[in-house]
Design a protein around this ligand. Structure first.
Ligand code: SAH
Length: 402
């Protein structure tokens, strides 16, 4: 395939050449010729020296990804096969783990191909394409997955999700691609907890695999005999983990109507009595107001909002509103209670996230201790050269004296 040469601004050369940043940003280029999605681009210094080869694919961040810094390395079927095999090799132990049969098999730039993720759901693969550019390589990538790879021998089917702009429209399309279709729902297991997932239902499946370690920790270490408030609860995954871990009660709060049936489904699947499991369809902001007025107190409060959310009441952004969220959690937790504060916002780094938490405790004249910190789990391999790729930040915060 023909490469198009793109020149990097002098003051950004080291970012790509030495620091090996995999994300290609428009502002770092001297000028961008008009390119077709999926075009292979050769990054060069203003002096014409080779830096790397990547592809053009517009995402919400960046305009493409570097694939190799080896001059002359071809981006062909062999290249994609090699990357995918290496990723699978790294995760050998995940295939026969007891109690967990879901995990991330390929994690974008962490495994050498930005814009592409592949998840493993008990023998079924779910590919997510984050740009039209990476989607243009689909034949090579799918055929790489179909090569005889002993550990993938039992693959039952492949689904795909497109999450990119197509002709100016953002598509979040899901479709079944190959072999056998999964039952609806498909019942998977993680940390010996069952979850019902729907692989062909929009961008999300019902479980966010990146919170595996956090759910495991809550279940095995913190939940026993506790009352738990789970805000932005979605399908209630944290609540289920807590209930199985012996929580006295759980309260799940989410604005979306679907969360009621989806959460109930997960509890029933795990034979958990719905008595003691409250599922509230409500704007978190209203719930806070109501619960504070009623002087409700919980031993554990979980905060896991989306990076951005719009409701009738307000536009929530992690950057602007996390402090406020923690302030409410401080009001609603018992003495020595635990606040689990999580964000998946790549644009808020750990330092700023901690600052928001610290500000909230200061405003509430309360002391605290961060007892545990989590980032992405082991199967979500990240590139050392790209800190932003490790977007998940979770703090387990022990509330101390007021
Ligand atoms: N914590 C969940 C994932 C959260 S996804 C988990 O671990 O699985 C984000 C969720 O926030 C969505 O289900 C969405 O419906 C919900 N949400 C967004 N804005 C909200 C609001 N203002 N009040 C309550 N829920 C909200």
């Amino acid at each position: 395939m023909k490469h198009t040469r793109v020149t990097i601004k002098q003051n950004k050369v080291n970012l790509y050449k030495i620091n090996q940043c995999p994300l290609i940003e428009k502002e770092h280029m001297q000028s961008i010729p008009s390119l077709k999605e999926g075009t292979l681009i050769e990054l060069a210094t203003p002096q014409g020296e080779f830096i790397g080869t990547g592809y053009y694919g517009v995402q919400n961040k960046g305009i493409g990804w570097v694939l190799t810094q080896k001059q002359g390395e071809l981006i062909d079927d062999t290249f994609f096969t090699k990357k995918i095999r290496t990723a699978i090799d790294k995760r050998r132990t995940f295939f026969d783990m007891v109690g967990t049969n879901v995990f991330r098999l390929f994690n974008g730039e962490g495994d050498g191909i930005g814009g592409l993720t592949i998840d493993y759901y008990d023998g079924i693969l779910v590919i997510t394409w984050y740009s039209e550019g990476i989607y243009s390589f689909r034949d090579s990538i799918i055929s790489a997955l179909e090569q005889p790879i002993p550990i993938l021998d039992g693959i039952k089917g492949i689904y795909q999700k497109k999450r990119f702009n197509d002709k100016g429209q953002f598509v979040e399309e899901s479709s079944f691609l190959k072999s056998e279709q999964a039952p609806e729902p498909l019942i998977v297991e993680e940390n010996a907890v069952k979850y019902a997932v729907y692989l062909d239902d929009g961008a999300m499946t019902g479980i966010f695999l990146d919170q595996k370690d956090v759910r495991g920790r809550i279940k095995n270490h913190y939940a026993k005999d506790m009352t738990v408030l789970n805000t932005f609860s979605y399908t209630g995954a944290f609540s289920i983990a807590a209930a199985i871990g012996g929580a006295k009660s759980t309260t799940s709060v989410d604005l979306a109507k679907r969360s009621l049936s989806k959460t109930r489904e997960q509890f029933l699947l795990n034979d958990i009595d719905l008595e003691g499991q409250d599922i509230v369809v409500m704007d978190v902001f209203d719930y806070f107001k109501w619960a504070i007025k009623k002087e409700k107190l919980y031993d554990i409060a979980i905060l896991d909002p989306p990076a951005f959310a719009k409701s009738k009441k307000m536009i929530f952004t992690v950057r602007k509103d996390y402090t406020w969220l923690v302030e409410n959690a401080i009001e609603l937790t018992t003495e020595n209670g635990l606040i689990i504060a999580s964000t998946n916002s790549a644009s808020l780094d750990m330092k700023h996230f901690k600052r928001q938490v610290s500000q909230a405790f200061m405003n509430k004249h309360c002391t605290y201790e961060i007892v545990e910190t989590y980032t992405l789990p082991e199967d979500f391999v990240t590139a050392e050269t790209f800190v932003r790729g490790n977007y998940l930040k979770v703090l387990f915060i022990r509330k101390l004296d007021r």
